[in-house]
Design a protein around this ligand. Sequence first.
Ligand SMILES: O=P(O)(O)O[C@H]1O[C@H](CO)[C@@H](O)[C@H]1O
Ligand SMILES: Nc1nc2[nH]cnc2c(=O)[nH]1
Length: 297
Amino acid sequence: MHTKGNSCCCSFEDYKLTTEWLLNQTSHRPKIAVICGSGLGLLADGATNKQTFRYQDIPNFPVSTGAWSGHEGCLVFGTIEDTSCVFMQGHFHLYEGYSLCQVTFPVRIFKLMGVESLLVTNASGGICPDFKVGDIMIIKDHINLPGFAGQHPLCGPNDERFGIRFPCMSDAYSKDLRRLALDVGSELGCSDFMREGVFCMVSGPNFETIAEARMLLILGCDSVGMSTVPEVTVAKHCGLRVLGLSLITNMVSLDYSREEKVNHEEVLQTSKMRAEVLQKLVTALICRYQQQSINTH
Ligand SMILES: O=P(O)(O)O[C@H]1O[C@H](CO)[C@@H](O)[C@H]1O
Ligand SMILES: Nc1nc2[nH]cnc2c(=O)[nH]1
């Protein structure tokens, strides 16, 4: 796998080879894929009958740059109730030096393996002044800032076997899955800290300047992070249903007089604090998804 300019140079055969390798190695046939955001690797803990593959052992899979901690850098297959799932413990970011083709590579593998829905989680900075650290924001929509500058995972020749040249993104996040997340959140007593909002992706790796944060607020962003949008774009392109949950790990400074400085340790600390709740939410969502067997996008 190699990359030319900002376009994908991964052939259909590359995707097929990885898919076939995985299908030969596991009897799991996942219907739901979960991307675990920073510090959220334990979302897979609710699954049973697990089978784990290290990214470096999977042909063509991007290999960790070492930016992750703990046991991340693994693809975990497992079952929640009767639903077969696959979890990505650790995901890839532009700021690590991966191309967008590499960042989104796993999503197309999931599609070819038969996955129907993608549940993506991340850590983000809160911009909406009503938000609090620890809130879980159901992503209603996104702003693809790197995409505006031509850093877009669908740039380059379009492979019609995955999707059309000009995909619609106005309904990238499934209304049904968003409603289900709200319902399940409320049943679990999470309503007080569950929100809905617009997520904005920036490339990172620096956190925002105050002027940038103020610009994002004016643009209508409720939270900002450095991942998710490429994966969701590629998922929508190939017809996967998407649910996005963004954990507000810190509040972004909008005020020059604010003394606190955001740092990655704070992000990981909040993820750790909320990981168990998120894991229960994700597990319950997957159980309910199966029961309701949602058929609409
Ligand atoms: O990996 P996710 O969950 O997106 O985490 C977010 O938090 C990290 C920065 O602290 C960045 O990786 C950013 O994208
Ligand atoms: N860009 C950005 N990404 C984050 N990920 C977690 N918190 C933040 C933040 O404040 N800004």
